[in-house]
Write a protein that binds this ligand. Structure first.
Ligand code: ZN
Length: 822
C-alpha cells in the first residue's frame, strides 16, 4: 500500500475542497466484513482535472462519480482514480470492508467472558480508508454525517450526537468540519453511564463484563471530566465545539487513547479491574485531560500535515499534566512526569534515530507514524513547559487563544502557531523555536562547563542545599538562572558553597544535570532527605542517566536505591526507580552472575517498604512493594512465600490478591519453573476474562520448557492468529533472563522471523514484535552484530526498522554500562 506523500497531499489540497462525507455503515453482515457506503461531496479548483480517493476494501462493489459508473477494477492497491472532475462533484463508493484484529481500521473483539462482540474504529493515522472511502489527509476537513445499521441490542456512538431512529438503526447529527483521521464509530452492547455538565451531555462506555468496575470509578472519571471542562473553559476563549462528549473504553486498543471529536476512545485497561496505585489513577486523569485538550488543539485547529504532529501531542501532553495539577487532587503531576515520562523523551533523544521536536518535513504517512514517540510527547511537552517559563503563563495563553481564533475549524502549521504566540507576547518566539524545536539531543548542564555544548537557552532554577544537624539536606535558597545558548565556564558559584548544588531544581527545563564532586557525595549520602518531591525526581533522573551513560557503575546505582528508596513516600518515584532497577540495571547492566545479588537487594528494599506500611498508612506504596517483590522473587524462601500468597489469596497485612496480582505471582512461579500448565489452566478458569487470557498467554510463553517455548514461538512469529494484545502478552512472557540457556536456540531466529511476520501482518504487529519480541535479556555482542547485519542486508518495513534500530542502540548502551558495572 503506498503511503500518501506530503507532495501528493499538497497537490490534492490545492485541487480539492471537500465539503461533506455521508457514511452509511452496515454492521450486520457477519463476523468477517461490514458494509460501507460513502457519499463525498467536493469541489475541484481545476474542472477536468484528476485525483484519487483512498479505500482498502475487501470488495469494492460500486463507485459512481457524478452519475458516471467507475470500474471497480480500476482500484490500484488503495487508490481509486477519479478523472474528469467537475467544479462540484458527488462520489458514491459502496464496498465491503474487512474487520481488523490489530487495532487498525474497524477492530472487532469478542469478549471471552460472555461471547459479546464489540467494535470500534481506529482511523489515525491513515486508517480511515479501512473504514470508508476517504481523501485521507488532515487538511481536507469536511462535515461528517454518519448512519449505522447494527444488531438491535447494540449501542452505537460516533462524532455527532446520535439517535436510535428505529431498532438497529442509528443516525448522527452532522459534525463541524473535521479531519478524516478523527472520524469514529463505536458499536456493540456497550454498558453506558450518562451524565451532563454545563450543557454538555457526557457518556462513559465499556464492555458489559467491565460494567461493575466502570460503575465503581464513574464518579471519579466524570468529576475529572467536569473539572477539566471548567478549567479549559476558563482559559480558552472558545467553548467546547463538538456537542456531546463520550468517552468509550474499548478493548485491544493500540494507543493510550484517541481524541476523536465528541467520541474519545481509551484502552479499557483504564477501567481498573484490580487494585491500582494513585499514580495509575493520576495517569488516567492526565490522559482524560490530554484528550480534552485535543478537542481544541488537534480537532478544532488541526495540523496541516504530519510534520506538526508533535504540536498536537506536545501541547496536549503539557496541558494534560498542567490542568490536572491545577484542577484536581493530583497536584504533583510534574513529579511523575519528571521521574518517569520525561525519561521516554531523554532516551529517544539520545538514540541515533532522534529527530527534532519539529522536523522540517515528514515525507509520508509511514514516516509520520514513527514520530509518535518520546520526542513528540515527552520532550515536546518539556519544551512547552520551558516555553511557558520563558514567556510567562499569561502571554502563552493569550497566544494560544489568538491561534484558536485565527484557525478555528481549519488547519495550521508551526509557523502559524509561532506567529500567534509572537503577536500576543511581543517576544522572539521564532528564535526560541529555532534552538528548541529544530535541534536534536539533550543538553547537559554543569556548574562548571568545559565546552560550549549547550545548544539552547534554558530558564532554570538552581537549588542550594546545606546539611542540617542530622545530616539531612535543607534548602537554603532557590536561584533563578538564565543559561545562554553556547554557555561555557562557571554557571553559578554561590558563596558559601552549598553542600548540594542542584541545577534545574523544580524541573522547568529539559536537560541532563551533573554535579560537582561534593554535591554528588551529598546526593549519595542524603538524597532521601531533600524535601520537595520534584527535586528528588530530578535527582533520581540524574542518577538514572548517569548509569545509562556509564558514568555511574550499576552497582553504585543499586546502592543508592538500597539507601534511599525504602523511605521514599512518593509512589511514582518508588515505582519508576524499582522498575528501572529491575529491568535495566539488574537484567541488563549488571553481568549475569551479579543479577541474583541485585534482585536480593531489591527484594530487601521492598520488604522494608512493606514493613513501613504495615499500619495500612499507604496502600499504594504497599502495592508497589508487593509488585516489586513478585518481580524480583527467586530462591526457595521467596517461592514458598509466593505460593502462600496464592493459597491465602492475600499478602499478610494486605493487599488481597486480585486477578492482576494473582497473574503476576503465577507468571513469576512459571518463569522459575515452580508452576506449570495445570496451574495456568486453573487460574484461567478462575479468571476467564480477556485480561485473564492475556495472563495465561504470558504464563504459557514463560514456562521453562522446550515444547512450551516452541509453541509460543509459533504463535508469535508463524501462525498469524493472535490479536495485538495476545501477541504482546505472549512476547512479554517469552524472553526471561532466568532462562538464558534454554532460550539461546531462539535468539538467532529472531530477526528473520520478526521481519517475515511483519511483512505478512503489517505495521502494528511490527511495532509489537520490535518492542516486546526483542531478546532484551541477551546483552551480547553477537546479538548486536547479527542485528546490524540484518538491518544492512534487508528491506525492513519502517515500523519494525525503527524499533530494531532503537533496540540495537539500547543494546550498545547496555554493553557499555555492563563494562562499567562494578
Ligand atoms: Zn494525544
Amino acid at each position: 500500500m503506498p503511503a500518501l506523500t506530503r507532495a501528493e497531499a499538497q497537490t490534492r489540497a490545492r485541487l480539492l475542497d471537500v465539503r461533506s462525507y455521508s457514511i452509511d455503515v452496515d454492521l450486520t453482515r457477519g463476523g468477517e466484513v461490514f458494509g460501507c457506503a460513502t457519499r463525498v461531496r467536493f469541489g475541484c479548483a481545476e474542472p477536468g482535472g484528476s485525483t484519487f480517493i483512498e479505500i482498502k476494501p475487501e470488495a469494492l462493489r460500486r463507485a459512481v462519480l457524478n452519475g458516471r459508473e467507475l470500474d471497480p477494477a480500476a482500484l490500484a492497491e488503495n487508490r481509486l482514480p477519479l478523472d474528469d472532475l467537475a467544479a462540484d462533484n458527488e462520489l458514491v463508493v459502496e464496498a465491503e470492508m474487512r474487520y481488523s484484529h490489530t487495532g487498525e481500521g474497524m477492530h472487532r473483539f469478542t469478549d471471552p467472558v460472555d461471547g459479546e462482540t464489540y467494535l470500534y474504529s481506529a482511523c489515525a493515522l491513515d486508517e480511515a480508508q479501512r473504514v470508508f472511502a476517504a481523501f485521507d489527509q488532515p487538511d481536507l476537513k469536511a462535515v461528517f454525517e454518519v448512519a449505522v445499521t447494527a444488531p438491535e441490542d447494540w449501542t452505537v456512538l460516533s462524532n455527532g450526537v446520535g439517535e436510535q431512529v428505529r431498532p438497529g438503526r442509528w443516525e448522527f447529527t452532522a459534525t463541524p468540519p473535521i479531519s478524516t483521521y478523527l472520524a469514529a464509530v463505536v458499536a456493540g452492547p456497550y454498558h453506558a453511564v450518562r451524565s451532563e455538565h454545563d450543557g454538555i451531555p457526557l457518556g462513559l462506555y465499556c464492555r458489559r463484563s467491565l460494567a461493575r468496575h466502570l460503575e465503581d470509578d464513574a464518579e471519579e472519571i466524570l468529576r475529572i471530566t467536569r473539572r477539566c471542562f471548567d478549567r479549559y473553559h476558563e482559559i480558552f476563549d472558545e467553548r467546547y465545539p463538538f456537542g456531546s462528549y463520550d468517552q468509550a473504553f474499548v478493548p485491544e486498543f493500540n494507543w493510550g487513547a484517541m481524541e476523536n471529536p465528541g467520541c474519545v476512545t481509551f484502552r479499557d485497561e483504564f477501567v481498573f479491574r484490580s487494585a491500582v496505585t494513585d499514580t495509575q489513577r493520576e495517569e488516567r486523569a492526565i490522559v482524560i485531560a490530554h484528550e480534552m485538550a485535543h478537542m481544541w488543539f488537534g480537532d478544532l485547529v488541526t495540523m496541516r500535515w504530519w510534520d506538526d504532529l508533535w504540536l498536537n501531542e506536545s501541547f496536549a501532553e503539557y496541558m494534560g499534566q498542567q490542568i490536572i495539577s491545577e484542577a484536581t487532587r493530583f497536584e504533583q503531576t510534574w513529579t511523575a512526569f519528571g521521574v518517569r515520562r520525561k525519561s521516554w523523551g531523554y532516551d529517544a533523544d539520545q538514540r541515533a534515530n532522534t529527530h527534532p521536536v519539529a522536523p522540517e518535513r515528514v515525507d509520508d504517512t509511514a514516516e509520520a507514524l514513527l514520530n509518535f514517540d518520546g520526542i513528540s510527547y515527552a520532550k515536546g511537552a518539556s519544551a512547552v513547559r520551558q516555553l511557558v517559563a520563558w514567556l510567562g503563563r499569561d502571554a502563552f495563553l493569550a497566544g494560544i487563544n489568538e491561534h484558536f481564533s485565527r484557525h478555528r475549524y481549519g488547519n495550521a502549521t508551526l509557523a502559524d502557531f509561532l506567529d500567534a504566540l509572537a503577536s500576543a507576547s511581543g517576544r522572539d518566539v521564532h528564535g526560541w523555536a529555532e534552538s528548541w524545536l529544530r535541534t536534536t539531543g539533550v543538553d547537559t548542564l554543569r556548574p562548571e562547563a568545559e565546552s560550549a555544548d549547550v545548544r539552547r537557552p534554558h530558564r532554570i532554577r538552581a537549588g542550594l542545599y546545606d546539611r542540617d544537624g542530622d545530616g539531612g539536606l535543607a534548602l537554603r535558597e532557590v536561584v533563578p538562572l538564565d543559561v545562554e545558548q553556547g554557555h561555557k565556564g562557571t554557571l553559578i558559584a554561590p558563596e558559601p558553597r552549598p553542600d548540594l548544588l542542584l541545577l534545574n531544581d523544580g524541573d522547568l527545563t529539559y536537560a541532563k544535570v551533573r554535579f560537582d564532586e561534593g554535591s554528588w557525595h551529598a546526593v549519595t549520602e542524603s538524597l532521601g532527605t531533600v524535601e520537595a518531591p520534584l527535586s528528588r525526581a530530578v535527582l533520581w533522573t540524574a542518577a538514572r542517566d548517569m548509569v545509562r551513560d556509564a558514568e555511574l557503575p550499576a552497582s553504585a546505582f543499586i546502592e543508592l536505591v538500597v539507601r534511599h528508596l525504602p523511605n521514599e513516600p512518593v509512589v511514582a518515584i518508588v515505582e519508576t526507580v524499582l522498575e528501572f532497577s529491575r529491568h535495566q540495571v539488574a537484567d541488563r547492566y549488571l553481568p549475569p552472575e551479579r543479577r541474583a545479588d541485585a534482585l536480593a537487594e531489591l527484594t530487601g528494599v521492598c520488604r522494608r517498604i512493606l514493613r513501613r506500611t504495615e499500619d495500612g498508612s499507604d496502600e499504594g506504596l504497599r502495592l508497589t512493594a508487593v509488585r516489586g517483590m513478585i518481580a524480583c522473587a527467586q530462591g526457595p524462601r521467596a517461592v514458598a512465600e509466593l505460593a502462600d500468597w496464592l493459597e491465602a489469596d492475600s499478602v499478610p497485612g494486605g493487599p488481597l490478591l486480585d486477578p492482576a496480582l494473582r497473574w503476576k505471582v503465577l507468571l513469576r512461579l512459571c518463569v522459575l519453573g515452580e508452576a506449570g500448565e495445570d496451574r495456568v489452566a486453573a487460574e484461567l478458569e478462575r479468571d476467564p476474562s480477556a485480561t485473564g487470557h492475556e495472563g495465561a498467554a504470558r504464563c504459557r510463553a514463560a514456562l521453562p520448557d522446550r515444547d512450551a517455548k516452541a509453541a509460543a514461538w509459533r504463535a508469535l512469529f508463524r501462525e498469524d492468529e493472535l490479536s495485538n494484545y495476545l501477541l504482546t502478552a505472549t512476547a512479554e512472557g517469552f524472553w526471561q533472563p532466568e532462562q538464558r540457556e534454554l532460550l539461546a536456540a531462539w535468539v538467532p531466529l529472531y530477526f528473520d522471523e520478526a521481519l517475515a511476520a511483519t511483512e505478512r501482518r503489517g505495521q502494528a504487529v511490527g511495532r509489537v514484535l520490535g518492542r516486546f519480541g526483542f531478546p532484551e535479556h541477551a546483552v551480547e555482542p553477537d546479538l548486536l552484530r547479527a542485528g546490524e547485519a540484518h538491518l544492512k542486508d534487508n528491506e525492513v518495513p519502517p515500523s519494525l526498522r525503527r524499533r530494531l534500530e532503537d533496540q540495537l542502540d539500547d543494546l550498545r548502551r547496555a554493553l557499555r554500562a555492563r563494562h562499567a558495572a562494578v
